[in-house]
Design a protein around this ligand. Structure first.
Ligand SMILES: Nc1ncnc2c1ncn2[C@@H]1O[C@H](COP(=O)(O)OP(=O)(O)O)[C@@H](O)[C@H]1O
Ligand SMILES: O=P(O)(O)OC[C@H]1O[C@](O)(COP(=O)(O)O)[C@@H](O)[C@@H]1O
Length: 323
């Protein structure tokens, strides 16, 4: 056990995701039990550069396990992309006598840590926090399950009105350049078609169905925001084929990032939060904590950032179900 770790800094970075507060609770509790001082760093790398450090008290964190967003706030930092910014960040860590860092964020955040490790010798552990589920090294990222549930709740509501009017709805969901939210939400609502960035065949399947569409029912298409055509072009192609159809586009947007974390995300945050403190005490460095096959696993940052997890079985499922 590495007893040199007396003071840990923790921050959330990139897009917020439900479950981040649960992870912060577990980190604060595990640190307290192991007599480790914990400093929260506000606004991700921005707060590291500005020295914006706060205390995280486990008895207060316990009360916000159920809340979405991140109590530490988060940011995308252009200053951290510069060497000058990273040097300011290093100075603040040294000044505050921080021995190790825990970062909750996505692949951008871990790329940042990799670059920072060229300057800073402190050990870093990452927790995958993004609704996009686009990281290797974990089956699920923190917030993905909640975001899919939110998308499903909203699309169910759209179905009510779509069926009442016999309309085609194109519903855009988040996920950056990854189709995980679209596949899971789309299958979960019984969508007629799902368009994702990773597949070229989905649009062909959609056109085949639209050719036979009789305007006597709803037709629900879930479109990933990173899809190569996107909702607008897809809509205009459908209209070209069949000018009479009644069609609407809905972009679900940031509603998918908010709301209380699901039970799965609360547990994921708590497991990974506690594991990250233990990992630092055990001498781990520059790794991301994740759950693979329900087992805790640590993956080096360079393997996490290089890959985009592609689940072939899910793509095959879309074909099997002709969606
Ligand atoms: N190559 C890089 N070098 C240094 N910092 C980086 C790099 N890539 C990303 N970062 C930092 O990580 C932050 C979070 O990354 P971003 O891609 O916005 O979100 P996420 O971590 O959710 O993927 C960025 O705003 C930036 O400050
Ligand atoms: O809130 P912003 O900065 O507009 O970012 C939107 C992006 O953030 C996400 O919600 C989450 O992405 P990250 O977790 O990688 O930041 C993406 O799905 C979306 O493309």
């Amino acid at each position: 056990m590495d007893t040199n770790i007396k003071h840990i800094g923790v921050f959330t970075s990139g897009g917020d995701s439900p479950g981040m507060n649960a992870a912060l609770y577990a980190i604060s509790k595990a640190a307290e039990i192991n007599n480790i001082r914990l400093s929260g760093i506000r606004r991700g790398y921005e707060g590291l550069i500005d020295g914006d450090f706060v205390k995280l008290k486990p008895n207060e964190m316990q009360k916000i396990v159920h809340r979405g967003g991140t109590v530490l706030k988060t940011a995308r930092s252009s200053r951290f992309l510069t060497l000058e910014g990273r040097k300011l960040a290093l100075n603040n860590l040294l000044k505050n006598k921080i021995d190790a860092l825990i970062a909750i964020g996505g692949d951008g955040t871990f790329k940042g840590l990799l670059v920072f490790s060229e300057l800073c010798e402190l050990p870093f552990v990452g927790i995958p926090g993004t609704i996009d589920n686009d990281l290797a090294g974990t089956d699920f990222t923190l917030g993905f399950d909640s975001a899919v549930n939110t998308a499903i709740d909203n699309i169910d509501k759209i179905r009510d009105t779509a069926e009442s009017h016999n309309r085609i709805f194109l519903i855009e969901v988040m996920g950056r350049d990854c189709g995980y939210i679209a596949i899971n939400a789309g299958l979960g609502v019984g969508a007629d078609a799902i368009l994702i960035p990773e597949s070229g065949q989905d649009f062909v399947r959609l056109l085949d169905k639209i050719k036979n569409y009789e305007s006597e029912d709803a037709f629900i298409v879930v479109v990933a925001e990173g899809d190569e055509l996107g909702a607008e072009i897809t809509a205009s192609k459908i209209k070209e084929l069949n000018p009479e159809v009644d069609l609407r586009i809905t972009k679900l947007g940031h509603v998918q990032r908010g709301g209380n974390p699901s039970a799965l995300d609360r547990m994921l945050g708590i497991r990974l939060g506690a594991a990250s403190v233990t990992a630092l005490m055990n001498g781990e460095r520059n790794v991301m904590a994740g759950i693979l096959d329900n087992q805790l696993k640590f993956t080096p940052f360079d393997s996490v950032v290089k890959q985009h997890q592609v689940n072939e079985e899910l793509y095959e499922l879309l074909k099997t179900l002709n969606t």
